[in-house]
Design a protein around this ligand. Sequence first.
Ligand code: AMP
Ligand code: ZN
Length: 139
Amino acid sequence: MTDCIFCNIIAGEIPSCKVYEDQEVLAFLDISQTTPGHTLVIPKEHVRNILDMSESTASVLFSRVPKIARAVQKAMDAPAMNIINNNEPIAGQTVFHAHVHLVPRYSENDGINITYSVHEPDFNILGKMAEQIAQEVRA
Ligand code: AMP
Ligand code: ZN
């Protein structure tokens, strides 16, 4: 046993309901089942979150997401899906082994609220922010 729940799931040391597995990626049902079929997709490599992830691990992880998401959608007959990822505690991360949430959605009135409020944009501020970020991407 390690002190990482998801590494223990990968090793088969704690039980999980697996829906997909290959050499590099595992997907299994989330115990919280926010909605029926709520699934987690994880890299087998232990990495804290996407902020810590290499491009190659991200390629491996995200390349599997559409296929697994479509399978969850089809099996659960879900008309829609939120695909969510939380990085660090302020953003709601509670398990520190990177994972992508697939949350099938069945109704707009299911009590799950993922909305972004729209503010009147100040393009001067946005432009400066974009330039700061762009510089870091290039660095
Ligand atoms: P997050 O809050 O984004 O870090 O998500 C962690 C998720 O892991 C939560 O939705 C938990 O319900 C889920 N989780 C924690 N322990 C287990 C477990 N043993 N098997 C399946 N899912 C788990
Ligand atoms: Zn781990």
